[in-house]
Design a protein around this ligand. Structure first.
Ligand SMILES: [Zn+2]
Length: 144
C-alpha cells in the first residue's frame, strides 16, 4: 500500500518529493536505488524498499534476503568505484516510515571517519551533471 506523503511511495506520481534529497540511479530487485544529493561522503546512496514497509520485521524472510543481497551488491560496487576504507549501513526510519537503508562510504582520515554519520550534514550538494555521471557508472556496474 502506498502512502501519498511518502517520497519513496510517490517516486513516480510526485518525483519532486524524493528529488529534494535523492538522485535516481535505477530499479533493483528489492526496490529503488538513489544517490544521496548531499555528497560529503562521495558515493553515498540510499536503497529504498519497493513497498511501504515500516521496517525489516514487516517483510518476509525471502524479501529480506533480496533486500540485503541488493545492499551487498551496492556495497561491492561502492568499494570498486570509490574505494572507501569502510562502509556504514544505516537504517533508522524516525521521520520517513518506509524501509530504506543508507549506504555510506567512509574514507580514512576524511569526513566523519571512525564514527557514525550525520543523517544530512548539509555541507556539500553535488551538481546534477556529476550526479548523472556517477549514476551512469553505477548503472553500468549493476548491468542496468
Ligand atoms: Zn512509502
Amino acid at each position: 500500500m502506498k502512502d501519498t506523503n511518502c517520497a519513496y511511495c510517490m517516486r513516480e506520481e510526485n518525483p519532486a518529493l524524493y528529488q529534494k534529497f535523492g538522485y535516481p540511479v535505477c530499479e533493483m530487485a528489492s526496490g529503488f536505488l538513489y544517490l544521496f544529493r548531499e555528497q560529503s561522503h562521495p558515493g553515498r546512496m540510499i536503497l529504498a524498499y519497493k513497498d511501504h514497509a515500516d521496517d525489516i520485521a514487516e517483510i518476509s524472510a525471502e524479501e529480506r534476503k533480496v533486500f540485503f543481497d541488493d545492499a551487498a551488491e551496492i556495497a561491492r560496487i561502492m568499494h570498486k568505484l570509490y574505494a572507501p576504507k569502510k562502509i556504514n549501513f544505516g537504517m533508522y526510519g524516525d521521520t520517513g516510515h518506509h524501509l530504506h537503508i543508507h549506504i555510506v562510504p567512509k574514507y580514512e582520515g576524511e569526513f566523519e571517519y571512525g564514527g557514525t554519520f550525520a543523517m544530512d550534514p548539509g555541507k556539500f550538494y553535488q551538481t546534477e551533471e556529476k550526479l548523472e555521471e556517477m549514476a551512469a557508472e553505477i548503472r553500468k556496474e549493476l548491468g542496468k
